[in-house]
Design a protein around this ligand. Structure first.
Ligand SMILES: Nc1ncnc2c1ncn2[C@@H]1O[C@H](COP(=O)(O)OP(=O)(O)OP(=O)(O)O)[C@@H](O)[C@H]1O
Length: 233
């Protein structure tokens, strides 16, 4: 089975406002896909639907060949936009918490990622900076062995040097087996990482293409292409 995510005719309204409009797309196994678009485009809403946190109004969504439900959640490691961890915890407690919650959590991998991302396991979560919290969430997210990683704005607060290390880490995790859908405004930083891009504008899918095709066909970087598309959208 090569389709990890399959979305057909997905619609979502919130407070009578159409947030996602008849979206249809597929994501193949092993791809790293950038979910890109301006503020309010519907990126977080889409990720929350894939995670079964928000319910769709209509349309059909499958994850790993299964219709959305409790079981599909088990296939996904999700990094939400906001920190959902308890402030009284130490990082070590958070690792334990994830280990208890998820049977696919790999403690050894968590330790390795702590070293790579310069995370002190004795630190209190309440004392972490914005970037520190993001590094913690990324460590927890990628210490799980799942088929699909959904990342919502994972690197906005992370300094450029750590971002570089992080991108390498994401590459090594991806290794052709797992699939990553990453919503970000840091296009410049993830440009080399992405296999495909999905452009959302006002809840509409306006482009799904391979990064290579965009570079070859248009002779532009993804960031340049993004600017061109959204300036004229
Ligand atoms: N719980 C909610 N109640 C009311 N409106 C909501 C809710 N969640 C999302 N929206 C609206 O849905 C639209 C899409 O929001 P969403 O957070 O999905 O966009 P986004 O592309 O992730 O934006 P950003 O890049 O700013 O994070 C926005 O107009 C937002 O105000």
């Amino acid at each position: 089975m090569n389709k990890i995510v399959s979305v057909k005719g997905l619609n979502k309204k919130i407070n009578k406002k159409q947030i996602l409009n008849n979206l249809s797309f597929e994501i193949e196994k092993g791809r790293i896909v950038g979910l890109l678009g301006p503020n309010g485009a519907g990126k977080t809403t889409l990720l929350k639907i894939l995670m079964n946190i928000y319910h769709k109004d209509s349309g059909h969504v499958e994850i790993c060949g299964l219709p959305l439900g409790y079981e599909t959640k088990q296939h996904i490691s999700y990094m939400p936009e906001n920190n959902h961890l308890f402030p009284w915890m130490k990082i070590n407690d958070a690792i334990q918490y994830y280990n208890d919650m998820f049977s696919d959590f790999d403690i050894k991998r968590a330790d390795e990622l702590c070293v790579i991302l310069n995370i002190n396991k004795e630190e209190n979560i309440s004392s972490l900076s914005k970037g520190g919290k993001e590094r913690l969430l990324l460590m927890l997210t990628f210490a799980r062995n799942t088929n699909l990683y959904l990342l919502d704005e994972p690197i906005g607060g992370i300094d450029p040097l750590t971002r570089k290390k992080l991108i390498k880490t994401i590459f090594s995790t991806a290794n052709g087996e797992c699939t990553i859908l990453i919503s970000t405004h840091q296009l410049y930083d993830v440009e080399t990482l992405l296999d495909d891009v999905l452009f959302l504008h006002n809840g509409n899918l306006i482009l799904l293409d391979s990064a290579e095709h965009i570079r070859e066909e248009c002779g532009k970087s993804l960031e340049e292409y993004y600017m061109e598309v959204f300036e004229n959208a």
